[in-house]
Design a protein around this ligand. Sequence first.
Ligand code: AHR
Length: 499
Amino acid sequence: AADKVEITVDAQKPGPVINKNVYGQFAEHLGAGIYGGLWVGTDSKIPNTRGWRNDVVGALKSLKVPLVRWPGGCFADEYHWREGIGPRDQRPVKVNTNWGGVEESNAVGTHEFFDLAEMLGADTYINGNLGTGSPQEMAEWLEYMTGESKSTLAEMRRKNGRDKPFKVDYFTIGNEAWGCGGNMTPEHYTNLYKQTAAFLKTPKHNTPKLIASGGTTGHEEWTEYLSANVKPEWSLRMDAISFHFYTLPTNDWKVKGLATGFPEKEWISTFKQTLRMDGFVADAKKTLDKNDPEKKVGFYVDEWGTWYDVEPGTNSGFLYQQNSLRDALVAATNFNIFHKYADRVHMTNIAQMVNVLQAMILTKDDKMILTPTYYAFDLYKPFQDATSLPTNITHNTTYTLGDVSVPGVNASAARGKDGKVYVALVNTNPKEAVEVTVNVAGTKVSGAKGRVLTSQLMDAHNTFEKPDAIKPAPFSASAKDGKLSVKLPAKSVVVVAAE
Ligand code: AHR
């Protein structure tokens, strides 16, 4: 029989606001992430608005996507913005050397990206090219996007159809500089960062937050090095340091594990792996609290998510994978971690939005399916810009298989913008339901209502033949002695609003 779990939420001690951009997305020129999945072009039979698929854009709008990062990834360090402006039929065709060696038409460039972001009502995050680019090229791109004068670059933007400057909310200098971005040491990158940052100038009211591209697993020292050596002063800004962490069931890049049809051994190891995120963020927070006690520098996990072996028969460079209930629980587990560190983690970007890695949406020709990960983001919408509430699991269960164990339940809570207390719960145990008592200290609770995502199968997923095989269902919890009493199904994620 399942043990009981006890959680205390302190509604009287509000913590930092959970920046909506913690729910950010990432769209790279990779596989069908943009071409086919989002962009079909204006001549396509697939219904579109100025080239962007109506079905996919509609679904993303419903998800309230708060921010999109573009154009990469590794792609960003070979991207030259001038090749993606002007008449589309005259743009140079390149080879996407990182992802499958396919032709890159440059049909989606700066204007198209901002059109998408504006349709979604999303903030924009541009990844600059430090690899094959230069401070000059990045500075000129920013001038092109934000210039208000009659400078040649601002006039060029107008000639290309955009009078009003684009709003650039975030800009990062390079990507994965320790690897595909140039195999640099933190010392080398930090010098280049400082040099470049000095020249990225924009009008005052359109100044993007400037991000230093940081480390990953095995390169955690980048956070320490950057925060110790970049001390913001008048010409040197650093609003955040980024970090990448991917969840591989096997923790082995050669054989990562399958997206569906996996054994329970890989279910539990996936959670074991993904829970490492807590340690990475906790360590970064410690480092930043030491080097930046005034909390000027954020820690942005601008790539995270599951990374499996590609689906059989697909181009290995396209990173196309199915997405199951397990992915939804991975997403929710990470949200619960990010909420805990809301004071430093102001933005994250799941990799990636459509058809690539842990995607929200998969497309095939004119068809589209929403993945369990889409539904996890959907369930957590009330947490965007909510105020985090200290959440303490005072008694938890342990889920064990063989010699691997993980905490049975993970959770977080926040006061939504509507004033309600929202509680999110994940049961990682695929076989046993658990009773969870939530004591919302400071609030009288008479019950809770919300939604659950669960299934009989660990790898429940939607297909083009069965697009609704898994989707959220209504869920409610009762109250006992003023405390919530939640019957949390096996392998489930639940988000409820206390009443
Ligand atoms: O998201 C896929 C790739 O993973 C990105 O291009 C790169 O930054 C990371 O290695």
